[in-house]
Every structure is written in C-alpha cells, then in structure tokens.
Design a protein around this ligand. Structure first.
Ligand SMILES: Cc1cc2nc3c(=O)[nH]c(=O)nc-3n(C[C@H](O)[C@H](O)[C@H](O)COP(=O)(O)OP(=O)(O)OC[C@H]3O[C@@H](n4cnc5c(N)ncnc54)[C@H](O)[C@@H]3O)c2cc1C
Length: 423
C-alpha cells in the first residue's frame, strides 16, 4: 500500500512514521518546511491532565467578554461567513454540560495513553528533547487554586492516576526558585512531561527517512482526486502528481480548505497563538509552568525559555501581533522573580487547528474510500500526536477500528458529505 500524508506537522509526521514502521510506503508532502506550522513554536507540553476541551460551560461567557477586551488571553474575531457562523453554532452546542462531559471523558481516555506512545517513540530510537519534571500550575490567587483542586478531583474520577503535589508559602520557591515567593501556590502535576516540539518533528522526520519514507517540502497539495478502485492522485503546486492507495490529510487548519472541494466539510477554525523563545539572565524556571491567571505557558528548553499564549479564534493571518506578544511576555514575567529575556531566539505565531467541539477529527471518511483525516487537535497536538499516529496507522494498515478513536470520527458533526466523483 502506498500512502501520501499531507502535512509535516506533528500529526502528519507521527502518522507517517508509524505507517512506515508497519512496513508501508509513505510520502509526506508539506507546503512549507518540516514542522514549521503550529507544531513549531508551541509550549511542547505532553499533558493528559489538561486534555480537556475548551468547549465547556462558561466558555460562552468568556467568548462574549473577549469581544470587548483587547487584552483577553482568548479572543474571538468574527467573520461574516456561513462556515464561521456554523462553527460558532456548533461550538455553542458543544458547551452544554452533557456534551462537554462526554467530550472530556473521550479526550481523557485517549490522552491517558499519551506518555506510553512517547516512550514507544523513544524506545524505537526517535530522538528529541524530552523532559520529565512534570508540569506546574501556578496561581496568584488562592481562590483559583481552590477551584483548580476541584478539577483535580474530577480528573481523578475520570481515571487520571498521575501524582499531584501542592506547594504553598515558602515551599513555592523551594519547589522552583524561579517563582516569586508571594504567589498563592503551585499544583505540581508530577507525571506530566514536555518536549521541545521542533525537535519532535525533526526526530520523527529523521526516523521516517530511516524507514525509507520520503518528505517533500515546499510543495502544497492543491487537488485531491479519487480514482476508480479506491486509488487517489494528489496534484501539487510544483506540478507533481502523486499516486496513492491512501491519502491522510493532516494539514492542520488548512485541512478545511483542502477537503472542501471534495464535499467533505470539516468544522475547523484557526486559533492563533504566539510565542517568544529567549535566552536571559536571572533564575530560569526548572519546570514548565502554566501561569494560571494570565493563561500563559512558560517552557524551559535546554537554556532557553519560551513564553507562549493567546487563543485568537478566527485570526487566520500569520502576522506577528506585537501587542499580543508583548502582553504574553509581560504577563508571563509577572510570575517570575528574576529571569528576564536578554537575547531573543525566535518570535512566532501559529494556528491551532480547532474544531467546533474542540476534539480532533481522526478516522476514515466513510464515503471516500482511501481518505483518512487526522487533524483538529487544537491545543493538544503535541500531547496527542504520538498516540494519534500509532492508532491511526493501525486503523489504516490493518483496516480495523480502534475503540479509543470512535468519539473522534467526522460523522459526529452530522455534516453532509458529498459522494465522490471518480475521475
Ligand atoms: C501558542 C501555542 C502553544 C501550544 N502549546 C501546546 C502544548 O503545550 N501541548 C500540546 O499538546 N499542543 C500545544 N499546542 C497545539 C499544537 O501546537 C497543535 O495542536 C499541533 O501543532 C497541530 O499539529 P498539526 O500537525 O495538526 O498542524 P501543523 O503543525 O500546523 O501542521 C500542518 C502542516 O500542514 C502543512 N500544509 C498545510 N496545507 C498544506 C497543503 N495544501 N499541502 C501540503 N501541506 C500543507 C503546513 O505547512 C503544516 O506544516 C499549542 C499551540 C499554540 C499555537
């Protein structure tokens, strides 16, 4: 079986590597460079605990408030388009208590396997920067810490087994000397991990090449066509025509536009985020930190520190918004005692591919034999990339269905999918 994977982000590469490891012939096609989309400048957390959909009760109130605040960490940029209106309507529906509880349980069930699949990559010789100091959620306000502790009870009831420690008062600085001593407290999710995401995509691409797989960079898929007998052709911007028995669409937010001409509507929207990675002076954090009130992520990577944040739904441009990035940096630094950036390594923007219920879309398109989707991982592509790759590859290679992926099929949206025209 020959397979073309569209998109060399963490999702496409994880699928491609796993498929190649099962002995299949794989070519990955990317419009840009390997791992240069959303999978580049993100926080790199592998966090089963925080694998919770944003579509939840309370999200609507926050979205309405964000329309009136330019400094809100999450913002909504409306568009006068049917696709956007329909995305918002579905999002609103997904925020009901019942739907959001069901979605959380499904995400938790999948995310529970995140670490074992990261370990499996490491065991098979995939190399990347990988850290095991856990993840610390840091609070300025005691009331927020109390509220978060209720979430830990809920996660326990859903089967989360990781160790959790709470640090307060003098314990805070003993736990991580980079933190200010006057903070309200820290919840240390001891079992969580983080990776430098650029090294994960580079490591997967290298391992894919070692298995005989190919990566074509700077060449975009412009048209997918299904042929008789379940075959596919992929036309590219550079004039290639690739043939395949199976096409995996893992093009992040751009998957929506790629699939639309096939009559496969995926309710996907871009949620723009931004980050600054810098070297600095002072005491750098020794743990990745979720800076709770500011919704900023702080990740230490081999000498550098990355501050990332903003969740701007409907912002589809690639412009670096200086004001938004400055707010992320300022808010992030307000939790740190002495560390300050002195040498900027990279400033970045990326689009989280976000579905209307904030769950990924993973699985075959039932009406289009040989077409498989792996996208929409929103805030969790790094966490869920390795497990998505492994399970999707098994489904494709063995033509089986994995129960853990059932909640993530496209048909949950009740979208009308056009029957393909064969050429
Ligand atoms: C600020 C920020 C912080 C984040 N932190 C975390 C975190 O800590 N943990 C976590 O789990 N997740 C995190 N995320 C989310 C994570 O980054 C994404 O979920 C993940 O990177 C999505 O991966 P992807 O492969 O689907 O998309 P992408 O990485 O965007 O890859 C899609 C690829 O498809 C290519 N492409 C697009 N169109 C075409 C075409 N027509 N033909 C060929 N190629 C095409 C693009 O060039 C791109 O390389 C964060 C995101 C942001 C923005």
């Amino acid at each position: 079986m020959t397979i073309v994977v569209i998109g060399a982000g963490v999702i496409g590469l994880a699928c491609a590597y796993e498929l190649s490891d099962l002995g299949l012939e794989v070519t990955v096609l990317d419009a840009g460079a390997v791992g240069a989309g959303a999978s580049a400048g993100n926080a790199g957390w592998i966090t089963p605990f925080l694998s919770v959909p944003r579509a939840a009760p309370g999200a609507v109130r926050d979205a309405v408030r964000s329309l009136f605040s330019s400094a809100a960490p999450a913002r909504l940029r409306p568009h006068l388009e049917w696709d956007f209106a329909s995305w918002v309507m579905r999002f609103l529906r997904a925020c009901s208590k019942r739907r959001s509880s069901r979605a959380t349980a499904a995400l938790q069930a999948l995310a529970r396997h995140a670490h074992e699949h990261v370990d499996s990559l490491l065991e098979r010789g995939v190399t990347f920067e990988h850290h095991t100091e856990g993840l610390a959620v840091v609070f300025k306000r005691a009331a927020n810490l109390q509220q978060f502790r209720r979430l830990t009870d809920r996660m326990r009831s859903l089967g989360y087994v990781g160790e959790i420690e709470v640090h307060r008062g003098q314990d805070i600085v003993a736990f991580d000397p980079a933190l200010r001593p006057d903070l309200a407290g820290v919840v240390h999710l001891v079992s969580e991990r983080h990776v430098r995401p650029e090294t994960l995509t580079a490591g997967l691409a290298k391992a894919l090449a070692a298995n005989g797989g190919a990566v074509i960079e700077h060449d975009a898929a412009v048209r997918l066509q299904s042929r008789p007998g379940g075959k596919w052709t992929v036309d590219t911007s550079e004039g290639r025509q690739l043939e395949a028995d199976q096409v995996v669409v893992a093009a992040g937010y751009a998957s929506r536009a790629l699939l639309k001409p096939l009559g496969v509507p995926v309710p996907l929207e871009a949620a723009k985020g931004t980050s600054m990675t810098a070297y600095g002076r002072g005491t750098a954090p020794s743990h990745p930190l979720k800076l709770y009130e500011s919704m900023v992520a702080c990740s230490p990577f081999g000498g550098a520190v990355r501050l990332s944040g903003t969740f701007d739904i409907g912002r589809r441009d690639f412009e670096l918004d200086r004001k938004r990035l400055d707010t992320v940096v300022r808010e992030g630094l307000s939790y740190l005692k002495t560390w300050r950036p002195t040498e900027i390594d990279v400033e970045w923007v990326g689009h989280r591919p976000t579905t209307a219920d904030d769950l990924p879309v993973i699985g075959p398109v039932p009406t289009h034999e040989g077409l498989y989707l792996a996208t929409g991982h929103g805030t969790l592509g790094v966490t869920l990339g390795p497990v998505t790759g492994a399970l999707a590859a098994r489904e494709i290679a063995q033509r089986t269905e994995h129960a853990l992926l059932t909640p993530f099929r496209l048909d949950r949206f009740g979208v009308r999918i056009r029957t393909p025209e064969l050429v």
